[in-house]
Every structure is written in structure tokens, then in C-alpha cells.
Design a protein around this ligand. Structure first.
Ligand code: ZN
Length: 240
């Protein structure tokens, strides 16, 4: 069966002598692996279709859960994301969320659209740490793991001081915290709450210090790495 879908290439790995397996996040099918035959040959016309962050209209042939690349019409290369290291790792946090923390073959149009908006904002030169923070907070919400700052995950009361409890997976109050809970500063709470639901085109009006953004991203790093698997690209972004 022939299928057509909009997709973002997340990563590609070499396969057989001349092929690649491309991990795509698509509008219609969610995350899928696509076999791109002959794409590593010198004269391969579809090389670009496997480039990281390539956004295109992909034509695929599908047999059960196996997809093979037929052709691709590039809609946006997002090539400039690879020209600056901070921008690159911020874009990688988007790719890693889609690649590691979504279910294979499950279409989630909101997740797709939000990822595309994040990559566009990065291309437009919006502060990479800010875009990454906005993206991750929204991604967690769309996946049902929203960081709730207004109520304690344990007693549901409104906390005065907030702590991150990794065991219970969320923000807890002073009374419910354990010795292992991490302090969440008032500044981080304010930054996250402001950024969480803000459209990407409004982000450029915000003026947080790099330190404030890093502190908020550190919170996301601890939360995601503990709840899912180590959030490698965010770790790299925070090390820069
Ligand atoms: Zn509590």
C-alpha cells in the first residue's frame, strides 16, 4: 500500500551496504521507522530525506508495520539548526522527546504541530534555552505528565514552598516532601508557569537570564531523566 505523510526526520542509522533506517515522526502515523534503500550511494537523489530535522512530504510504501521510502518532497530543511551548537542541542531535545518518549505508530497531531513550531522558532533565532523549555513543558503536558506547580501531587493543597519529588513524580509541598526532595526556587516556578502555555511567537518578548532558564531546564532534566530514561541532549545543552 502506498501512503503519504508529513514527517520530520529525527535520526538515521546505516543499514545493510547502501541503506539507512530513518526514524520519522509523522503527522498521520506518529513515530515510524522507514527503510531508505540505496540512500548512501554517491548519486542518491533522496539523501536529504534522511538528514536530521528534514521536514517533508514523505511517500512511503507500507506492508503491515514496515515502511519503505519511495520519494520525499522537502518542505523545510531546517539546515540552519545545525550551524550553532546551542541551537543544535535545543533542536535535539525536541527530536529526543519524539524519538524516545512517544509510542511507535501512534498519531498525535498536537505533538507533531508543537514540535514543528519549536523547530521554526529555533530557526527564527528565538533563545534556544527558552524554546527548549517551552517545548519540554508542553510535551510533558500533552503526554499526561504535566509538571503541576499549583498543587502538591501528594496532598493536592496549594504549596507555599515547592519541592520536586522524583519518587512521586511531581511537585510537592513542604509537609509532603521527603529528605530526597529537591528544592524548586520561586524563580523557577515563575519562569515555568509563564513559559508553559505561551505561544512560540510570543517567547521573544520574554527576557529571562540564562541562569534562570538553566535552573528551570535542570528541573525538567531531573524529572524526565528519572521518570523515563536519561535525557541526553538536554544534559548536553546544560553542559554548554
Ligand atoms: Zn502536600
Amino acid at each position: 500500500m502506498e501512503v503519504t505523510t508529513k514527517g520530520i526526520a529525527l535520526k538515521a542509522t546505516d543499514y545493510k551496504e547502501n541503506d539507512k533506517l530513518v526514524l520519522l515522526y509523522t503527522l498521520e502515523y506518529g513515530k515510524i521507522t522507514v527503510h531508505a534503500k540505496g540512500i548512501r550511494k554517491g548519486n542518491a537523489k533522496l539523501k536529504f530525506a534522511a538528514d536530521q530535522f528534514c521536514f517533508g512530504q514523505y511517500e512511503l510504501s507500507r506492508i503491515e508495520d514496515r515502511f519503505t521510502l519511495k520519494t520525499c518532497d522537502q518542505l523545510e530543511s531546517f539546515y540552519s539548526l545545525r550551524e550553532d551548537v546551542t541551537t543544535y542541542y535545543a533542536a535535539c531535545t525536541v527530536a529526543e522527546c519524539l524519538g524516545n518518549y512517544t509510542e511507535e505508530g501512534q498519531s498525535e497531531p498536537n505533538v507533531f504541530v508543537d514540535a514543528l513550531r519549536a523547530l521554526s522558532a529555533l530557526t527564527d533565532g528565538v533563545e534556544p534555552l527558552l524554546v527548549s523549555l517551552r517545548y519540554i513543558l508542553c510535551f510533558l503536558k500533552l503526554q499526561g505528565f504535566e509538571l503541576q506547580f499549583d498543587s502538591c501531587v501528594s496532598c493536592e493543597k496549594t504549596p507555599e514552598k515547592r519541592f520536586l519529588d522524583l519518587q512521586r513524580g511531581g511537585i510537592v509541598c513542604d509537609r509532603c516532601r521527603t529528605p530526597d526532595s529537591l528544592t524548586v526556587s520561586a524563580r523557577t516556578v515563575a519562569v515555568c508557569k509563564m513559559v508553559q502555555n505561551m505561544p512560540y511567537d510570543k517567547l521573544k518578548n520574554l527576557n529571562f537570564t540564562s541562569e534562570a532558564l538553566r535552573e528551570a531546564l535542570q528541573l525538567c532534566y531531573r524529572y524526565v531523566s528519572h521518570g523515563f530514561s536519561p535525557f541526553k541532549s538536554l544534559g548536553e545543552l546544560l553542559r554548554l
